[in-house]
Write a protein that binds this ligand. Structure first.
Ligand code: ZN
Length: 311
């Protein structure tokens, strides 16, 4: 019998990624496009449907050959109702019936889930958290995503929402978060946070086109004192968030994913130092932080598997 397949999509702040995924979590084809900056919810939905068609074409399948589409999306949303509460930085998603709209436009059975939950499902089934039924996933990218897996499933709270550790008000800071509030962890643990810190230190406005996160980490690797300080503060913020999670949950196993996790080797030392300095033993003793195995595929695999096996 042919294996069941689905479309997995990861709607990120920078890219939309899509893949055809089979029931073992293997990626058959993949595609990506830039996330549209203008046009709000309608444009995003249109892009999702068009990238779905692109991976179907690439894999020579039609929408009838797939068992559905799973979409990992940022922000508070409810998988059961298919409704998004709101999406930071994108207009038009307030109380938005995303699942219904996408099904209407694509003609394909759709499930939406939090993007960090999608990444956690991917890592749990076939990545860095295989065999771990209790762990925390943190996605370090445009912002900070989080998922708490308990009993092998991502935790959903009273309103069906996942956890949002990017918005814990732990800093005595006036920096603006993507959600427009201040002092939140994501105001530092985000690409914008890195750029803001770097340009504040340099006392100049950065030309974002010519300055990337990769170039910042590259400068830090070469020992540039300003870049090293910025990376150090990012690592310190991450260490604090991990402390909060470990102390609240008594969970010791963490997986870090997302684009910035590829530089985890230079963050690691400070992260562990901060846990040691600010932690609460024994809850913060022997914490293990593992880098994502699936990297950029984690959320597309997790979203694709979720629609095949959990819905
Ligand atoms: Zn926030």
């Amino acid at each position: 019998m042919a294996k069941k397949i689905s479309v997995g999509i990861d709607l990120g702040g920078t890219n939309i990624r899509a893949a055809i995924v089979d029931e073992n979590g293997a990626v058959l084809v993949r595609e990506k496009m830039k996330t549209p900056r203008e046009g709000g919810a309608q444009r995003i939905i249109h892009s999702i449907v068009s990238i779905m068609h692109a991976v179907l074409r690439l894999s020579k399948n039609s929408s009838k050959d797939i068992d559905g589409m799973g979409i990992g999306m940022p922000g508070p949303l409810n998988s059961e109702t298919g409704q998004i509460a709101f999406m930071p930085n994108v207009s038009g998603f307030d109380s938005y019936p995303a699942r219904r709209e996408i099904e209407k436009q694509s003609g394909v059975r759709t499930v939406i889930l939090n993007d960090a939950d999608a990444a956690a499902i991917g890592e749990h089934r076939c990545g860095a958290a295989k065999g771990k039924n209790r762990f925390v996933m943190l996605t370090l990218g445009t912002g900070l995503g989080s998922s708490i897996v308990i009993g092998g499933k991502p935790w959903a709270g009273q309103d069906g929402y996942s956890t949002e550790m990017g918005h814990i008000p732990i800093f005595n800071s006036e920096d603006m978060c993507s959600c427009r509030k201040r002092a939140h962890s994501e105001s530092r643990l985000s690409i914008q946070g890195l750029f803001t810190d770097y340009s504040n230190q340099k006392g100049s406005h950065l030309q974002k086109q010519s300055f990337t996160v990769q170039s910042l980490f590259e400068l830090a690797r070469k020992g540039d004192p300003v870049a090293s300080g910025v990376v150090e503060r990012y690592a310190e913020a991450l260490g604090r968030v991990i402390c909060v999670a470990a102390i609240m949950l008594n969970i010791r196993f963490f997986v870090v994913g997302g684009g910035i996790s590829s530089s985890f080797d230079i963050l690691k030392h400070t992260v562990y130092q901060v846990i040691d300095k600010y932690g609460f033993p024994p809850l913060t003793d022997n914490i293990v932080i593992r880098k994502s195995y699936l990297e950029n595929d984690a959320a597309v695999i997790g979203a694709g598997l979720f629609v095949l096996t959990d819905s």
